[in-house]
Design a protein around this ligand. Structure first.
Ligand code: E4P
Length: 218
């Protein structure tokens, strides 16, 4: 399973790169706003910087919601760097744009997926990734992981090459369950990835090993 970090924060991206387990990055307009990145030039510069830091796909989201606007923005983003994946919302013109980009060999990530039907539509249009939002479904009392399971099953039934990118992954159990379900990718905050490091018995065991070593070698 690939690990993507869901952030536009360069320090966090660098930390994830240094950990040696990062396969890519996803961003969205809210994450860019959180970093105070505004204006087209600054946004483009920021995406280029991220691409130069990471060996792997970097999702950059379009703001336009009409076909021509999505194509214009998506083509400009794709020209920035070969690792750019154009992130397109699950709307009618988004689906049309995904087909257009697929025919041109431009990678896409269809975002804001909340049903298996939406994922199926995006896969048929030729999306490289679909992003079911696990945490946001949980937030409203639905089961986000069940959606991941449905999409994994459907894509495997028909051999769709579209990858299931579990998004809005909020904590370690989410990530582990996505792995059990066979999601191709998870994207999550860095804290969820580093959360995998910890177990109290690891800390306790290491403390004992070091204390015993010190006692004998003092
Ligand atoms: C996906 O690409 C989104 O950027 C993200 O995973 C949304 O996560 P959130 O629901 O925690 O904001």
């Amino acid at each position: 399973m690939k690990f993507f970090v869901d952030t536009a924060n360069l320090r966090e991206i660098q930390e994830a790169v240094e950990l040696g387990v990062l396969d890519g990055v996803t961003t969205n307009p809210s994450l860019m706003a959180k970093e105070g990145i505004k204006g087209t030039d600054a946004v483009m510069r920021h995406y280029r910087q991220i691409c130069e830091m990471v060996e792997g796909d970097v999702s950059a989201e379009v703001i336009a919601t009409d076909f021509d606007g999505i194509i214009r923005e998506g083509e400009a983003l794709a020209e920035l760097h070969p690792n750019i994946v154009v992130k397109v919302p699950m709307i009618r013109d988004g689906v049309k744009a995904i087909r257009y980009f697929a025919d041109k060999g431009i990678k896409t990530n269809c975002t804001l997926i909340f049903t298996a039907g939406q994922a199926l539509l995006a896969a048929k249009a030729g999306a490289t990734y679909v992003s079911p939002f696990v945490g946001r479904l949980d937030d409203i009392g639905h089961d986000g992981l069940q959606l991941v399971q449905q999409i994994v099953d459907i894509f495997s039934n028909y051999g769709y090459p579209t990858q299931v990118l579990a998004a809005s992954v909020r904590h370690v159990p989410h990530l582990i369950q996505c792995a059990e379900l066979g999601a191709d990718v998870v994207t999550c905050p860095l804290s969820v990835i580093t959360g995998l490091l910890h177990h109290p018995l690891t800390d306790k065991g290491l403390a004992t090993f070091l204390a015993d070593h010190k006692r004998v070698n003092a």
